[in-house]
Design a protein around this ligand. Structure first.
Ligand code: A3P
Length: 285
């Protein structure tokens, strides 16, 4: 299509790293194993932060793995050609990431005991974070203004489609024994307790010094300096010179950018599209 996306089953994908063949094969043939841990998010929700935490749980707080292997190799994105090929041949237990909506996730997930962590974030912050990220990227049409990106986001004309549909889909998994729903806001507000909750869900126990090391090494400041996690390795070919995924790392930054009219429009749309779900799922509302 002329907008530069690869449209697959009604969802737009970027053309770099994605093909319809792989998306189809992933959906039909990728086999999730019971011992896998899957991180799912709508993009710009704090995905890489959660992955960093999971890696540090895996290494018991030892930072050597996160300092020596790029984050997309530690927990590959199953829907990308690169990630799929890497994961297919990997022995378990595997860390796996995805931004896929429920209707495109590998079918095998639904008959496995794979532990699924779904991280949700205030979509206003997700929108803002996406705006800055896509502006600095070299592989999709860059939004010219926040106003323009706001429209694209509301319409779902952004990579992986509508936040509202994505979140609806994954929230319907709430209550399943193998699914933990988390929010960026709770992770930010009380990182220690949220990490303890994650450990409990995964059946992992960290010693106090291991947990302290995890908290230090997954902090915004340390992640920002870690070239294996901050995406600086992609600068040049895929991202602008100084682009990093660790932009600001706070909740509520949208308030510094949205106009009053945009805030009101968003409130209205949120209510229309998400009003049927229990509001405690959205701690920022
Ligand atoms: P901002 O652009 O609002 O700063 P994703 O990993 O899904 O692409 O999400 C990126 C967002 O997560 C960015 O938000 C980024 O700053 C934030 N983030 C990354 N690491 C973080 C950390 N250690 N603590 C808090 N936020 C973090």
């Amino acid at each position: 299509m002329s907008d530069g996306y690869l449209w697959y089953e009604g969802i737009p994908f970027v053309t770099t790293g994605f093909t319809a063949e792989v998306l189809r094969e992933v959906r039909e043939s990728f086999v999730f194993k019971d011992e896998d841990v899957l991180t799912v998010t709508y993009l710009k929700s704090g995905t890489n932060w959660l992955i960093e935490i999971l890696c540090l749980i895996h290494s018991k707080g030892d930072p050597r793995w996160i300092q020596s292997v790029p984050i997309w190799e530690r927990s590959p994105w199953v829907e990308t050609e690169y990630g799929y090929n890497m994961l297919k041949n990997r022995e378990g237990p595997r860390l796996i990431s995805s931004h896929l909506p429920t209707q495109l996730i590998p079918k095998s997930l639904f008959s496995s005991k794979t532990k699924v962590l779904y991280l949700v974030r205030n979509p206003r912050d997700t929108l803002l974070s996406g705006y800055f990220f896509w502006r600095s990227s070299k592989f999709i049409k860059n939004p010219e203004s926040l106003e323009q990106y706001f429209e694209w986001f509301i319409q779902g004309n952004v990579p992986y489609g509508s936040w509202f549909d994505h979140t609806h889909g994954w929230m319907s998994m709430k209550g399943k024994e193998n699914v933990l729903i988390l929010s960026y806001e709770e992770l930010k507000q009380d990182t220690r307790s949220t990490v303890e909750k994650i450990c409990q869900f995964l059946g992992k126990k960290l010693e106090p010094e291991e947990l302290n090391s995890l908290l230090k090494n997954s902090s915004f400041q340390v992640m920002r300096e870690n070239k294996m996690s901050n995406y600086s390795l992609l600068q040049g070919e895929y991202l602008d010179k100084n682009a990093l995924i660790t932009r600001k790392g706070i909740s509520g930054d949208w308030k510094n950018y949205f106009t009053v009219a945009q805030a009101e429009t968003f409130d209205k749309i949120f209510q229309e599209k998400m009003g049927d779900l229990p509001q405690e799922l959205f701690p920022w509302e």
